[in-house]
Design a protein around this ligand. Structure first.
Ligand SMILES: Nc1ncnc2c1ncn2[C@@H]1O[C@H](COP(=O)(O)OP(=O)(O)O)[C@@H](O)[C@H]1O
Ligand SMILES: [Mg+2]
Length: 340
């Protein structure tokens, strides 16, 4: 049930949650955000200011730009004692999202845990709840969430007690929520609530200066794991990275670098190993020349066709064998094999 919630929480798992996050750089602060471009520096400045307050922050930006990295950095910088809990709102169906966020009392619905279960608002007490993909929350849940944010209290499903929450809320989305509000897909009141301090994380294409730095950062992280000597990128590889249009932003760059490091045995990664998604589909097409059949089968088909044609154009098996350049016996065997 928990697998859909990113890296997630059960009270007894808090220790594990914290560990997982540390490994992924959760305790990492703003210093873990790599970049020298003005765009990223300005974003960091704003985020540091936001970290000093308790205001709900909403990170806006394309997928893969580093919104979650910023959320973690804000949490770390805020000095809150509790843990950071990311919830991917888009990955959970409405009913599950509700039980995850608010928890439930024993026996409140069929299949419910006997002891009941605390919601993430409770688990994240004194910490930060990161509501990722907030725009994808269904309308009905938007109302319930708004109530929780306004009253700073939650009630477990099937429960009567109002529980105080002391949770910092950070949300994120790559959607145009203004448009969603216009078309009635996102509640305007919730929009105003979460949009007090929007922070726009720039796309990678808007910060060319960071590409080389990020590429080296990902490469050196891999090198640490490889234990086989450092790999570096050649100039042509850098050029290829610089001229690419990064639709998947930093996440895509990370994948490209990891793929290159794996495919390339040498310590200097040449540009042929810098493969983008479009290149991969080309490679796959080439590999698919066999159409799922083995080479043997292709050869047999070809052989059968040639023999059949030759037999049609000759008057005897002996004459056909001569033409094909194989022995009479060999041809007889093949005629039998291919049922000709
Ligand atoms: N400025 C950055 N410095 C280092 N790593 C970054 C940076 N921005 C993004 N990443 C890495 O790129 C990947 C995608 O970032 P993420 O925060 O999940 O993006 P988003 O939430 O916007 O989709 C993660 O592996 C993250 O660690
Ligand atoms: Mg994300």
């Amino acid at each position: 049930m928990y697998s859909v919630v990113k890296k997630v929480p059960d009270v007894q798992d808090i220790q594990t949650v914290t560990e997982t996050h540390t490994e992924e750089g959760l305790s990492a602060g703003f210093e873990s955000i790599i970049g020298v471009s003005k765009a990223i520096k300005d974003t960091i400045k704003t985020a540091i200011k936001a970290a000093a307050t308790d205001v709900i922050v909403t990170l806006r930006g394309e997928s893969g730009t580093g919104k979650e990295v910023f959320a973690k950095a804000i949490h770390t910088k805020s000095g809150r004692k509790g843990i950071f809990i990311p919830v991917n709102c888009a990955a959970l169906p409405e009913s599950l999202l509700e039980t995850e966020l608010f928890g439930y009392e024993a026996g409140s619905f069929t299949g419910a845990d006997k002891q009941g279960k605390p919601g993430l608002f409770e688990v994240a007490k004194n910490g930060t709840l990161f509501l990722d993909e907030i725009a994808d929350i269904p309308m009905n849940m938007q109302g319930k969430l708004l109530r929780a944010l306004q009253e700073q209290k939650v009630r477990r499903i099937g429960g009567t007690k109002e529980l105080d929450t002391d949770v910092r809320i950070i949300t994120a989305t790559n959607r145009n929520i203004e448009e969603m509000v216009q078309s009635g897909l996102f509640r305007e009141d919730l929009y105003f609530r979460i949009n007090l301090l929007p922070i726009f994380v720039p796309s990678l294409n808007e910060r060319q200066e960071d590409i080389k730095l990020l590429a080296n950062h990902f490469l050196s992280n891999l090198n640490i794991k490889r234990h086989e000597g450092a790999q570096i990128l050649c100039d042509e590889s850098y050029e290829k990275l610089l001229s690419h249009k990064w639709k998947g932003n930093v996440r895509e760059l990370k994948n490209v670098i990891e793929r290159a490091a794996i495919l390339c045995d040498s310590n200097i990664i040449s540009s042929e190993f810098i493969l983008f998604a479009s290149d991969i589909s080309k490679v796959m097409q080439k590999q698919d020349i066999l159409g799922g059949k083995t080479l043997k089968l292709h050869m047999e088909n070809t052989e059968r066709g040639i023999i059949k044609e030759t037999l049609k154009n000759t008057t005897s098996i002996r004459q056909a064998a001569l033409k094909l350049g194989i022995s009479h016996v060999a041809l007889l065997n093949k005629i039998k094999k291919y049922n000709l």
